[in-house]
Design a protein around this ligand. Sequence first.
Ligand code: AMP
Length: 544
Amino acid sequence: MRGLMQGWPLLVHKIIDHAALYHGERQIVSRSIEGPVERTNYRDVRLRALRVAQALDRAGVKAGDRVATLAWNTARHLEAWYGIAGIGAIYHTLNPRLFPDQLAWIANHAEDRVLFFDTTFTRLVEDIAPKIPSIGLYVALTDRAHLPAANLPNLVAYEDLIAACDGDFAWREFPEDTACGLCYTSGTTGNPKGVLYSHRSNVLLSLMAASGGAMGLKASDCILPVVPMFHANAWGLAFAAPMVGAKIVMPGAKLDGASVCELLTNEKVTVTAAVPTVWLMALQYLEQTGRTLPDLKRVLIGGSACPRSMIEAFETKYDVEVVHAWGMTEMSPLGTMSVLKPGMRDLPYEKQLDYKCKQGVPMFGVEAKITDDENRELPRDGKAFGRLKVKGLAVASGYFKGEGAEAFDADGWFDTGDVATLDADGYMTIVDRSKDVIKSGGEWISSIDIENLAVGHPAVAEAAVIGVRHPKWDERPLLIVVLKKGAKAGRDDILQFLSGKIAKWWMPDDVVFVDEIPHTATGKIQKTALRERFGQYRWPQAAE
Ligand code: AMP
C-alpha cells in the first residue's frame, strides 16, 4: 500500500523561495571582486536569480544545458547558481586553479553553452575561449563600469544582462531527479570526471548538512564558506545556509589569513568551513597579530586530513570547536563528521583529540564499509584497513557520459579510492589515498599519520610524506618539510620529535627541507609531483 503523503518535489529553487519569504532581510555579505564589501539579502538574491533565469531562457538556454561558472564565492555567483538551476539547466563549476588546457578540456567535455566569470579571470577566459566552440555567451560577473575590454564574442556585463529582465518569471517545473549541478573531480589519474548532482541530492544533502548530527545550523548563525563554490559544491553551504535562514559571508577572491580573519571578526561569523591549508594561513596570522576570534563557535575542516596541532590550536587558544569532516566531490561532498558522542566530552582532552583527529562517523544518508581487494568486508575494529566504499542519498551512481564506470560495483557501492579503518564506535579514519600508502616490507604505512605528527613540531609549517624505492623494503617513507618563516630545525630534531609517537618501522628514513610543497587545484598536497621530484632520490647509507 502506498502512503498518502504529498509528492512535494525536492527542487533547489524551493530553498531560495523559502529563504526569501521567511528570512528575506537576512544578509548575504560579499567581499566583491571590485574591492568593497557589499551587502544584499535573500529577498533580493531570489529576485535577481529569477532575472538570471529569465535572461538565460531568453538566450535560448534549455533544460539540461550546461552553464559554466568560473568565479569566487560572491552573492552574484549564488544568484547565478539558483537562476541556472531554476530553469532546469545545470550550473557547471570550473576550478580556476586548473591549467588552461585542463579547463578547456573540461568545458568541451561538458559542452558548456554559457560562461559566467569573474573579471579576475578575464585573461584566462580569453585564452581558452577559442578552444571552447560550444560557448555562445560570456557573462562577466560585474557591472558595465567594470566590464573589462576583452576579446570575447557575445560579452555582456552581468548587471546589464539582468537589468534587461523584469523578473516576472516563474521557476520551471520538473522532476526532482533532474540534473542540477556539475563538478569535475581533480582527475589525479586519467582525465577529470564529471559528477552530476540532482535537485533531489542537493536538497537532501543540505538537510543532512544543516542537521544537528552534522553542522547544526540555525537562523542565528553567520556562515563563512571559505571553501569555494567551484570545489565540491561548497560543501552544501550554498543551499544549507538559506535553508535555515543563516547569514552568509562570501570571501570573494581573498583567502589569505588576514582577509579571512577580518571577515570572521567584522561580520561576527559563527560557523566557517575550509581545507587545512586555509587554516594554516589564518592561524599563522592570528599568532603573529595576537588577534582572537570572539564570535566564532565552530570551524569545519576537511578536504585533507586535519592535523592534531590545528585542532588543538583552535580549541585551546581560540575556544573554537573543530569539526573534522571527510567527503569527496562524488559525495556532494559530505561523508563523515567527527562529532563527539555522549560521554566522550568527559574524557581527558588528549583522548577527545584522538577522536577528533579521526575523519568521523557517517551521517544518516551515508553507508560505509571497508573491504579487501577481493571485495570481502573487513571488521569494524579500528585496526583492519581496506578500501573504503560508500552508498548514499547524495553519492554519485556514475560519472557524466559514463566515464570511470569501474569505480561503481553491481551492488551500488562506490569505491572512494581511500584506504580507511572503521572502529566499533563508528568512527572512520583515513589511512591514505590508495595510491599514496607506503608499502614497506609487505606492510602499509600511513603517510597522513606521519604528516600530521610532523606539523605538530613548532618549526614545521607543512609536511608531506611519500614512499621512495628502497633496495630492501620495497618502499620507505621520506619526510618532506617546509619550515615556518625564520624557524630553524634539522633532520635529527624532527626525527627526535616523531620518535616514540609512531611505530619504529614507520619512522621516516630521511627528512628533506624544501621551500614549498606543491598543491593540487583543490588544495591537496600534490604527491604525484613530489614523487616525480624525488624519483631519483637516494637514501643515506644508514637507511639502506
Ligand atoms: P575532493 O573530491 O577533491 O574533495 O577530494 C576527495 C578526497 O580528499 C577524499 O577521497 C580523500 O582522499 C581526501 N579527503 C577529504 N577529506 C579528508 C579528510 N578529512 N582527511 C583525509 N583526507 C580527506
